[in-house]
Write a protein that binds this ligand. Structure first.
Ligand code: AMP
Length: 446
C-alpha cells in the first residue's frame, strides 16, 4: 500500500487517549484514505471518501468522530449506518478498540435479529455513538428510544449500498430526523456515478477524496477465471480446494438456498465448511463467524451478506462460485482477501450464461482477468501473517436486519446546538489539505 512515509497520527492533533489506543493496535502511520480524509472530517466538512477494500476506512471516519465526541453528555452524537449486521458489529468493535482509553465514551451497536430490549437498555444508559443497520435504527427511532436531535455526525459506510434501492428510503427517513447542519460522510470502495449524484443531494459542499489507484482492486490480490458449466462447478471447486488447500477461504454463491446446498454438498464430500446466509438464525450466524475468525473452519460458503466490509485479516482465497449480479459486488467480494497489503487469490467460476457478467466485471476493472491454469504459479495459500487487524479477537458477530443485495430475494436547519470541541488554534495535520502446486487444467477452458 502506498503511504506517505512522513505522516503520523500525531499530525492530526488527535486526543492522546486515541493515539495511545492506536499505538496498542500497532497502527504506525495513517493509511492513504486516513491521510486524505481525516483533516477535513476533523474540520466538520462533509465528505465522500473512496478507497480500495481493506484500506482503513473505518478508522478514517471513526477517529475524527471519537476526537470530537463529548463524553460529558450522554446524548447520541454520532450515527454510523452499515448495510449488514456483521459489519455493524465489526465497526462497533473497531470503534471500541480506538476508544478504549476514552472514559465515558460508549459505542452502541444496534441491528436486527438481536433482542431489541437489550439495545434499548444500552441506549438508555447513554451511548454517544451508535453503529447500526437502517431497519433497526428506524425501529428504535419510531419507538422513541433513539433520539437524533443532537446527532451531529452521520456516516454511511458502504455508501453506495446504503443509497441503493434496498436501503435508500430507510436511510432518507433516518437522515430527515437528524439536525440540519450536521456533518455527513460517505465511504465506500465503489461509488457508481448515479449514486454519487444522489449522495450529493444529501451532502453540503462535500469534499471528494478518492485514493488514486491504478486499479479498483488491490494489486496484491491475484485474480483468475475458470470457465465451467454449472453442473461441473462442484467438482471444479473440490479440485481447487485440493490443489490450493486454502487456510481460510470464502466461497460466494448467489442465493441463500444455493449457498446452503453448496455447503451441504461440500460437507458430504468431507470438507470442513460452514454456511452463512440471511435465512440462518442470528445465533448460528454468530457462531459461524466466530469459528471462521478463529480459524476453526477454513471454508465459509456465503451469500453477499459477507461481501462487504468484513475484515477477517487472514482470508487467503475468495471463490466466486457464481458471479454476482452487479459488477461492483465482485470488487467487494474479492476485497475480503488481500487486506492491508497482504496477498490474496480470487477465482471466479464462469458458465456460458455468466459470460456477460464477466464482461461487466472486466469493464469495471478495465482489464481482462487471466484464465486459471494458463500461468505457472499456483494459488497456494499465502503465508500466515500475524497482521495488524483488530478483528482476530473472536468478536461476536450478530446478524443484520437488512439482508444484503444478492442474498436471494432480499438483502437483509440550524447548526447543531451543542458546542463543538474547539479545533482552531491547535496545529492541524498535514493530511488532506483542505481538506501451491501446479494448478489443474481449467474445466471447459475457453
Ligand atoms: P478497514 O478498511 O477499516 O476494514 O480496515 C482494514 C484493516 O486495516 C483492519 O484490520 C484495520 O485494523 C487495519 N488498519 C486500519 N488502519 C490502519 C493503520 N493505519 N495501520 C495499520 N493497520 C490499519
Amino acid at each position: 500500500m502506498t503511504r506517505k512515509d512522513d505522516m503520523r497520527f500525531e499530525d492530526f492533533d488527535l486526543r492522546p487517549e486515541i493515539l495511545r489506543a492506536l499505538a496498542d493496535l500497532g497502527y504506525e502511520e495513517p493509511t492513504p484514505i486516513q491521510q486524505g480524509t481525516m483533516d477535513a472530517l476533523l474540520r466538520d466538512k462533509d465528505m465522500i471518501g473512496q478507497a480500495q477494500t481493506g484500506s482503513g476506512k473505518t478508522a478514517a471516519f471513526m477517529l475524527p468522530i471519537l476526537d470530537r465526541v463529548e463524553e460529558d453528555s450522554k446524548d447520541l452524537q454520532a450515527l454510523v449506518l452499515c448495510p449488514t449486521r456483521e459489519l455493524a458489529l465489526q465497526v462497533a468493535d473497531a470503534s471500541r478498540s480506538f476508544a478504549k482509553y476514552l472514559d465515558g465514551v460508549e459505542v452502541v451497536p444496534v441491528y436486527g435479529g438481536a433482542p431489541i430490549v437489550d439495545q434499548i437498555a444500552a441506549l438508555g444508559r447513554g451511548g454517544q455513538i451508535v453503529v447500526g443497520t437502517p431497519g433497526r435504527v428506524l425501529d428504535l427511532m419510531r419507538r422513541g428510544k433513539m433520539l437524533l436531535a443532537d446527532c451531529r455526525m452521520v456516516v454511511l459506510d458502504e455508501a453506495d449500498e446504503m443509497l441503493s434501492m434496498g436501503f435508500i428510503d430507510d436511510v432518507k427517513d433516518i437522515l430527515k430526523a437528524t439536525p440540519w447542519g450536521k456533518q455527513t460522510a460517505l465511504f465506500s470502495a465503489t461509488m457508481p456515478d448515479p449514486i454519487t449524484r444522489l449522495a450529493e443531494d444529501e451532502l453540503h459542499a462535500p469534499e471528494h477524496v478518492k485514493i488514486a489507484s491504478k486499479e479498483i482492486t488491490v494489486d496484491t490480490i491475484e485474480q483468475r477465471v475458470a470457465f465451467c458449466e454449472p453442473k461441473d462447478k462442484l467438482d471444479l471447486l473440490e479440485r481447487f480446494i485440493q490443489e490450493t488447500q486454502p487456510r481460510c477461504a470464502i466461497v460466494f454463491a448467489r442465493t441463500k438456498i444455493g449457498t446452503q446446498r453448496l455447503a451441504d454438498d461440500l460437507k458430504r464430500r468431507g470438507h470442513k465448511v460452514r454456511a452463512l446466509h440471511g435465512d440462518m438464525s442470528q445465533g448460528s450466524r454468530d457462531s459461524v463467524m466466530i469459528a471462521f475468525r478463529n480459524q476453526r473452519v477454513p471454508i465459509l460458503v456465503a451469500t453477499d451478506v459477507a461481501a462487504r466490509g468484513l475484515d477477517v485479516s487472514h482470508v487467503t482465497h475468495v471463490v466466486n462460485y457464481e458471479l454476482p449480479d452487479e459488477a461492483e459486488v465482485y470488487v467487494h467480494r474479492i476485497g475480503r482477501t488481500g487486506r492491508v497489503g497482504r496477498e490474496g487469490f480470487a477465482i471466479s467460476f464462469v458458465s456460458n450464461k455468466e459470460r456477460f457478467k464477466l464482461d461487466q466485471v472486466e469493464a469495471l476493472l478495465k482489464r481482462k482477468i487471466q484464465v486459471w491454469g494458463e500461468d505457472a504459479p499456483a494459488p497456494a495459500a499465502p503465508a500466515a501473517d500475524a497482521g495488524l487487524s483488530v478483528d482476530d479477537a473472536a468478536a461476536a458477530e450478530p446478524s443484520g436486519h437488512a439482508p444484503a443485495a444478492g442474498d436471494g430475494a432480499t438483502i437483509d436547519g440550524e447548526q447543531p446546538k451543542r458546542k463543538r470541541r474547539r479545533r482552531g488554534g491547535r496545529g492541524r495535520g498535514k493530511g488532506g489539505e483542505g481538506g501451491g502446486g501446479q494448478p489443474p487444467a481449467p474445466v471447459a477452458a475457453e
